[in-house]
Design a protein around this ligand. Sequence first.
Ligand code: HEC
Length: 229
Amino acid sequence: MKGTGRLLSLLAVVSGVAPAHDIITTKLTFTRDISRIFARHCVVCHSEIATIPLVTYEEVRPWAVSIKEQVLSRAMPPFGAVKGFGRLMPDEALSQEDITIIAAWVVGGAPQGDPGQLPKVPPTQVGRTPVRPMVERCVVETRAVLRNSLQASGIKPLTNRTVASARVVATLPDGRMVPLVWLYNYDPKFARTFQFAEPVFLPAGTVVSASAPLEYAIESASASVEANR
Ligand code: HEC
C-alpha cells in the first residue's frame, strides 16, 4: 500500500529516539516493582482506554519523568478532596515507601526488567476499595432539606467544571453539624464518588448544604429518600 513506506520510516525514527542509552543505576524494575504499585493505584484511571494509559512498560516509559513529579508532589493519584474532613473511605493514595520506590526507579533510569516478573493478575482486576452497591441517590442543588431519613453511603459531585473548593455539610434536626466532604481542586475527569467509611444516618429534616454552588448526589445504600429545597 502507498502509505506503508512512510509509516515504516516513521517507526524507524520513533525507535531511533527510544531511551537506549540510559545508564541504569537501580535494581528496581518496572516488571517486578512498579507495575504492582501502578496496578493498585493508577490503572483504575490510567487503563488501556484512558487518554494516558499506564499499563505496559512501553506506555509508562515516556512518562517516567512526569510520573516522578506527579507522585512526589502528590498530584497523582488525585483525590479532589481535603483529607480529614468527613469520614471517607481510604483512597488510592500512595504510601511514602511507594513514592520513594517510584522516584528511585525513575532516577535510576526506569529499567524494564524481566517480563516474566510481571504480576499474574491483570492490573485492572487488582481492586481498590470495593464500591458499595448504591441503591438510591438524591440529587441536591447546593442545598436541600431531606424529607425522609436516609443512610448516606457517599457523595458524588455532578458537575462538569473544576471545583476549587466546596464544603458539603449536614445540619441534623438537633442542630449538630456533620462534615460530609470538602471538595478541593476537584476535576470532573476524576468522576468519582466520595464514599464514607461508615454509612452516615441523616434523619428527616436534615439540611444538606454546600459552601459553593454545586450539584451533587447523596448516594444511599438503603431507605427511600426525597428532597426538597
Ligand atoms: C482518580 C483517577 C486517577 C488516578 C487514580 C491516577 N490518575 Fe494520573 N491522571 C488522571 C487524570 C484525569 C489526568 C489528566 C490527564 C487526562 O486527561 O487523562 C492524569 C494525568 C496524569 C499524568 C500526566 C500529567 C501531565 O504531565 O500532564 C501522569 C504522569 C499521571 N497521571 C500519573 C499517575 C500515576 C503514576 C498514578 C498512580 C500512582 C495516577 N496517575 C493515578 C487521573 C488519575
